[in-house]
Write a protein that binds this ligand. Structure first.
Ligand code: GDD
Ligand code: MN
Length: 374
């Protein structure tokens, strides 16, 4: 297998030379693989690139990509992944820090799992046997652990405990080559959550290997100040994108409900019997929600073409009329039996709405907007 270890650097002059030496020793442990190192240099002012160039004279498997300007960790990895895949034809790409926080001895442990058939091997700090530095301030520990638990539940990925690990190995064929690298959700550190989520959705077999995340050897952390909020944004965006239709459906439903319930009460107090009021408000709300759903909720699968539009609308009217008619009868029956009070009529009205909601969501998404993709 051809394995490319992508190492982004920014001001790592004190570390990168030593790291390449140590990694070369590690490569000797798995002689059947073809190991390469690809440094993605963020135009460091401290001469990191020159150190890499010196080492390249000694190691033919060491490569350097120069970014014009430092553009964030996500941007650096996208640049590196593309070169590793397209230029170098890698079978496996590894993400790793330059500062010895990731133990070079763990590289072969990650690779061994890829060989066993896993597609995405995560060096995990939060699985049994893994750890973060004791020395870290409580605040950093808290946000690191808390952020991971939050991501796990919001994203619904339960076989991963470390969503932001910077040390991992990914299979290229079928996985990295199918990632939407040009549209990653963050140019910064939070890109990791985005790509992990998308690897999971691609059906990658994921394995966590415990790692002890060390202290930085020399130099300073480059994590952005806004990393917390950026990560939060990425997690929420991923969830929203998955459930866009459902979220929008709820919003439309809310508007429909206000129109429906408002009109119902105005009409029954004013001019109509409760039973007729439920019918009139139901039909009005139906038209409003149809328009909103068609142009917004299910927007990407909007019914278009006049013939289809008319047909879709007819089916919609017929199917939505059923719960409205049922509700109107329920309201009529209830007020006749228990008396025409606000409480009785509105209770019956609400029960009718719940029935209608279940009915409509099923019909809308399964039949009318079922998404006959062109
Ligand atoms: N080219 C480039 N451009 N490299 C960068 C940039 C950038 O904008 N920002 C950081 N780097 C390099 C650093 O030089 C280092 O080699 C690596 O990327 C990771 O940066 P660190 O500054 O060492 O990050 P950290 O140790 O604070 O964060 C670690 O933990 C995070 C999760 O808690 C890393 O492992 C992260 O990858 C991880 O997400
Ligand atoms: Mn680091």
């Amino acid at each position: 297998m051809k394995i490319v270890i992508v190492i982004p650097t920014y001001n790592e002059a004190d570390n990168i030379g030593r790291l390449t030496d140590v990694l070369q020793q590690e490569f000797l442990k798995r002689p059947k693989h073809d190991f390469h190192i690809l440094v993605v240099e963020g135009n460091s002012p401290d001469g990191t690139a020159n150190i890499v160039r010196e080492k390249m004279k000694v190691y033919p498997n060491l490569h350097l990509l120069m970014e014009k300007v430092k553009a964030g960790l996500g941007a650096a990895y996208v640049y590196g992944f593309k070169e590793a895949m397209n230029g170098m034809r890698a079978d496996v790409v590894v993400e790793m820090d330059a500062d010895f926080q990731h133990d070079p001895k763990d590289v072969v442990r990650l690779i061994d799992e890829i060989e066993k058939g896993y597609d995405y091997v995560v060096g995990s700090r939060f699985t049994k046997g893994g750890s973060i530095p004791e020395e870290w301030a409580f605040k950093r520990k808290f946000f690191s652990v808390g952020g991971n638990i939050f991501s796990k539940f919001v994203l619904g990925i339960f076989n991963v405990n470390d969503f932001t690990s910077g040390f991992k190995a990914s299979r290229v064929k079928g996985f990295v080559d199918r990632l939407p690298l040009d549209t990653i959700l963050s140019q910064g550190f939070a890109y990791k959550i985005d790509l992990l989520f998308k690897m999971h959705r691609l059906g990658a077999k994921i394995k966590e290997v415990p790692i002890k995340f060390g202290l930085r050897d020399r130099g300073d952390s480059k994590m952005e100040k806004n990393n917390m909020t950026d990560s939060l944004r990425v997690v929420v965006t991923l969830r929203y994108n998955e459930n866009k239709n459902f979220v929008r459906f709820l919003v439309v439903g809310g508007i429909g409900f206000i129109v429906d319930a408002g009109l119902f009460n105005i009409l029954r107090i004013g001019i109509l019997s409760s039973r007729s009021a439920a019918l009139a408000s139901g039909f009005t709300a139906m038209i409003v929600t149809f328009l909103l759903n068609n142009y917004w909720s299910f927007g990407e699968r909007k019914i278009d073409g006049t013939k289809k539009k008319v047909l879709g609308f007819v089916v919609y009217i017929v199917s939505s009329s059923i719960p409205i008619a049922v509700r109107s009868r329920l309201v009529g029956f209830s007020v006749n039996t228990f008396g025409d009070t606000t409480l009785v009529s509105n209770t019956a009205f609400l029960i009718g709405i719940i029935f209608g909601l279940i009915w409509n969501f099923t019909v809308y998404s399964k039949i009318i907007w079922k998404g006959d993709k062109k």
